[in-house]
Design a protein around this ligand. Structure first.
Ligand code: BTN
Length: 271
């Protein structure tokens, strides 16, 4: 275990690794505290959604931080560095070409599927505890579809997800190697954040939404337009509003769902 990690445990079954790490932080465990589970009985996704994966099919991990030095307006960057670290760790663990995995704003990891569909590989959930304007602690959880066969995908998800196993053409994915690869890449990104640096370049260029028509459900509003980029200062998605002639920023906190409406079947079609 590297000096970056103060505590790391793997559990056969928990309700949610988010809860484990939150309880540790509340009890005074120092950063970085990492909980991994084989199975979660009450795994949680964004916006109160459930997160399920059969035993052995996914990396289910939460990491706890004490980033009281991070300005509150940049709290979203914790989820962003977790996702960026996992893009590279996932490609490495599955032997994929660089650039196979993409970010899908706000916090998904996706790959191009057939017919221009995007298939979800992983999701990130960031939760903070604040003391006034100070981030007293934060838990960032990530669920990655690792060694999961397509034949075992739940029917209701089969058209919208994939796994590292499937993307690799059937290579067994070691959960522990994926975890180690993620933590090794997370450490320099976290230390850079502490030093006031954020990899805006990677976060911007690896967004799959950019250049595509999107529909974003934000609060009770449905916003449709072309995603023209993301703002590395605020974390917002920028959607071009043709009527008003402006690029409208949409904050990640308000988003229930973000859907890409049309995507060319091949990346070359964009040229
Ligand atoms: C999402 O895409 O909605 C985010 C999913 C986050 C799931 C992970 S699995 C490990 C950790 N524990 C949880 O209960 N949720 C996160």
């Amino acid at each position: 275990m590297s000096a970056f990690i103060a505590r790391q445990e793997t559990f056969p079954t928990v309700d949610s690794t988010q809860h484990i790490v939150r309880a540790w932080l509340d009890a005074g465990v120092p950063e970085v505290a990492v909980a991994v589970a084989d199975v979660q009985t009450a795994g949680r996704g964004r916006q109160g959604r459930d997160w399920t994966a059969p035993s052995g099919a996914a990396l289910l991990v939460s990491a706890g931080f004490r980033p009281d030095w991070l300005p509150l307006r940049h709290a979203w960057r914790l989820g962003a560095i977790a996702a960026l670290a996992m893009l590279d760790a996932g490609e490495d663990a599955a032997g994929l070409k660089d650039g196979t995995l993409w970010l899908k704003w706000p916090n998904d990891i996706v790959a191009d599927g057939p017919d221009g569909r995007l298939l979800k590989v992983a999701g990130v959930l960031g939760e903070t505890a604040l003391l006034g304007d100070v981030i007293e602690s934060a838990v960032v959880g990530i669920g990655v579809n690792g060694d999961w066969r397509a034949r075992d995908f739940p029917p209701e998800l089969a058209a919208s997800i994939t796994s590292l196993f499937e993307l690799s053409g059937g290579r067994p994915i070691s959960r522990d190697a994926l975890l180690d690869g993620w933590l090794a890449r997370l450490e320099p990104r976290y230390e850079a954040l502490r030093a006031g640096r954020f990899d805006a370049g990677a976060w911007t260029t690896r967004q799959r939404t950019t250049g595509h028509r999107v529909e974003v459900e934000a609060g009770s509003e449905l916003i449709a337009g072309t995603a023209v980029g993301v703002d590395p200062e605020s974390g917002a998605l920028l959607v071009h509003d043709r009527l008003r002639g402006i690029d409208r920023p949409i904050g990640s906190g308000e988003v229930v769902r973000c859907r890409i409406v049309e995507l060319p079947a091949r990346r070359g079609d964009l040229l």
